[in-house]
Design a binder for this molecule. Structure first.
Ligand code: A2P
Length: 338
């Protein structure tokens, strides 16, 4: 077992890390950190645990540590659910101190020597870990993309062979993506918020890095044009997106590609049986019905029409955040980087 910690363990994504790591077959969760407000207290006393997920009692008695390298003496790997502004410095300090860092924060995603990985889409980009080591780092940072970008790139992965160039996407994003205190209840119910800070830019840039080509110790970005419009809707979990991709092939051929898709990885504990699930029903996928498919790790795709147009939906705090990062850690571990 590898001892692991979670940075920012009391937040919306931090809780999901705790949920996924409490019974993990390869990783033993020993350390939880948060802000000075929570440090020194028992996890069960400071976390506002979600009502719809059973609380892992064994973790509840861990005393929350301050977020600093000195709190992480007995771990080899840390998962970061820190706010971006705190993550930048803290994650760098952890990696420089020899730790492996799997981060859900956006701060380091676009740095040239930091892998931005969705294991089913670009597992080969982990080779950037060697580049970080060439740069003199004892540990390393591996990031996962923004939640919407993960759902979108997984939906695009089966279609790569069609050689598309242009992607248009309109998202309908859940409120859990904004963090526990993120969206006031009085602002979101009976409403749609037509703006999510930085989200469109992240979808438009991160996608090119993830779907780019690793060559000569660097990633050459994919030559796609991505145009995104992002919106917050009153759904608790599950980001839904309408997508338009410039594929000229008939719908039947595209459907075949979704159904036959096999990702280039296997045997990782958090990996779902199906990374992408194709649905023929005219009114699916829906967040309430489909977000927990594959323990929240499967992206569901449906309403495939000429154009090519379709709907993709995935669990934003599991597939789009903590689960993505845990799957990255499993891939790293299976490749003997730890
Ligand atoms: P705390 O609960 O003590 O504030 P969310 O984005 O859902 O609000 O979660 C943010 C997470 O990051 C929480 O665990 C929060 O801890 C932690 N956090 C916020 N600010 C800091 C900080 N300045 N230093 C360390 N941890 C922080």
């Amino acid at each position: 077992m590898i001892n692991v910690g979670v940075l920012g363990a009391t937040g919306a994504v931090g809780q999901r890390f705790v949920q996924l790591l409490a019974e993990h077959p390869w990783f033993k969760l020993t350390t939880l950190t948060a802000s000075e407000r929570s440090a020194g207290k028992l996890y069960r006393d400071v976390v506002k645990w979600r009502l719809d997920v059973p609380f892992p009692e064994s973790i509840g008695t861990i005393r929350v540590s301050p977020t600093s390298v000195s709190s992480l003496k007995d771990v080899d790997l840390v998962f970061s659910a820190l706010p971006a502004e705190v993550a930048k410095e803290t994650e760098t300090a952890c990696a420089n101190a020899g730790l492996a860092v799997c981060s859900n924060a956006s701060s380091h995603r676009m740095e040239p020597d930091i892998p931005l990985v969705v294991p089913e889409v670009n597992p080969d980009h982990l080779a950037l870990i060697d580049v970080q080591r060439d740069h003199g780092r004892d540990g390393f940072i591996v990031t996962n993309p923004n939640c919407s970008t993960i759902v979108m790139t997984l939906a695009l992965a089966p279609l790569r062979g069609f050689g598309f160039h242009s992607i248009h996407v309109a998202t309908m994003q859940a409120i859990s993506g904004a963090g526990f205190e993120g969206v006031p209840a009085m602002g979101i119910y009976d409403n749609v918020i037509p703006y999510i800070g930085q989200e469109e830019q992240k979808m438009e840039t991160e996608t090119l890095k993830i779907m780019g080509t690793f060559e000569q110790k660097t990633v050459r970005p994919a030559a796609y044009r991505v145009s995104a419009s992002c919106h917050r809707v009153p759904v608790i979990d599950g980001h839904t997106m309408a997508m338009w991709v410039d594929i000229q092939e008939p719908v039947e051929k595209v459907k075949e590609a979704f159904i036959r898709y096999k990702p280039p990885i296997k045997g990782l504990p958090t990996q779902p049986k199906e990374s992408v699930h194709f649905m023929d029903d005219p009114d699916r996928p829906q967040p309430r019905l489909d977000r927990n498919r594959g323990n929240g790790m499967t992206v569901s795709v449906g309403r495939l029409r000429e154009g090519i147009r379709f709907i993709a939906m995935g669990h934003n705090t599991i597939r789009g955040a903590a689960g993505a990062s845990v799957l990255n850690a499993e891939l790293i571990s299976s490749k003997k980087y730890l």
